[in-house]
Design a protein around this ligand. Sequence first.
Ligand code: SIN
Length: 510
Amino acid sequence: MDMVTHPILIVGAGIAGLWTALKAAPHPVVLLTGSPLGDGSSTGWAQGGVAAALGPDDSAALHARDTVMAGDGLVDETAAMVLASAGASEVCALYDLGAGFERTQDGGWSLSREAAHSVARVARMKGDQAGAGILAALIKAVREADHIEIRDGWRAEALLPDQTAGCAGVLARDPEGALHPIKARQTVLATGSIGGLYAVTTTPWTSQGQAMAMAAALGAVIRDPEFVQFHPTAIDIGRDPAPLATEALRGDGAVLVDRNGHRFMPDVHELADLAPRDVVARAVHAQNLSGKGAFLDARAAIGAAFPDHFPAVFKACLSGGVDPRTDPIPVAPAAHYHMGGIETDLDGSTGVPGLWAVGECACTGVHGANRLASNSLLDGLVFGHRTATAIKRAPARATSAGDAEAPPALPDDALQSLRAAISAQAGVIRDDEGLSQLLSLIDALQAKHGSAPALIAARFLTVGALQRKESRGGHCRTDFPARQALAQPTRLRLDDISIASVKPRQAGAA
Ligand code: SIN
């Protein structure tokens, strides 16, 4: 057991956790990563790249405006401006670290266009290699950094409370399965997504919203948990998780067609295949439901260049028996990104003393109801950097760690039934009846297995979705198809979602 109290403890090793750790220098950091460094985070699977105002036709104001527009009324505009203003310098810093973004012959940046961006703005690496390339550069830097101690295979199970109603570190399980308190003055959660709660997801299935459950237990607010982004073009070859076909393919001219080759997006939105992601996801979902099918046709736009220009997508297609040079790629929407999460300010503070959150598990409000494409890696960089700076400036805290218990684990059969129900009832299309059924299933699983973190995270998602009686961004209710005039964030604490406090469905409700 650690007798020391570490100055900074970071849980999670995707782009947000690693960048925060690097930027915390020279302060000593302990970095916990449940999977071996490089595995288990969505960052390495990201394909498109990093959105930033790098081109001559672009500006931070334009990038912020596109971010606000995509977020469908719920984006915090200050957060969007903070994100966009820091974009170019963060990409340059990553490039200087060794991330091999493509450059043009005249020293500019080779930029992709993605959905709902007014201009080409996504710094890319060999078509679909951005996430892998960035992660490799970050891991090399973290391994070389003297101030960072990496604990591979250590999984945080709960937060340690302290005497000030704050956080004093984590209870962690070591690679052999033993539990240890690890005490820290400042604890940063950077554990990523909730995609693993869905049966169809593009994220690692181990990402099940654990950070929300841990932070809520210490009193943190969970904001906008109902807002999940579904990527419209997961490759539909029955794999779990589902491989992604990056939006950059559509940026390069690939089009969505039905099984007869008819392009369906021009009938749906003026931006056609490059409409906002939530719009395209619903259209693809409707095509598949109707039996007409949805396929990404890259034959004319990319064709023989596919293996060279998009090697990861090419390999994934071949693994499912699809050759994208000659065949349209079958696609379906898959859970891809959580816009909601642990509420923080723009410096990563959760409001719980000593507890910070960054990256996908956090919610600054910057993504609103629908994240703009390729803003997620940028979010990890910008808010990770700001969080590290704020922690370095924070006054020293005296902490006295209390006890915490490891939460119960959810058996695999229960997890799989939960995942199937969440995909069916809290997916691209939702209604009161389906969400209420989902909540009943969560109640039953919780009664049987206790308050496993996946169930607590699922509860936040479902209660938020039931309470939001409108359709906005990634949240589409068939029983409430209109958008309310006033966009209001959802804010829930643990007490608001406990079994006793969840209001039963009202008789006569739609
Ligand atoms: C993609 O490459 O289509 C995904 C990028 C993102 O999630 O923003």
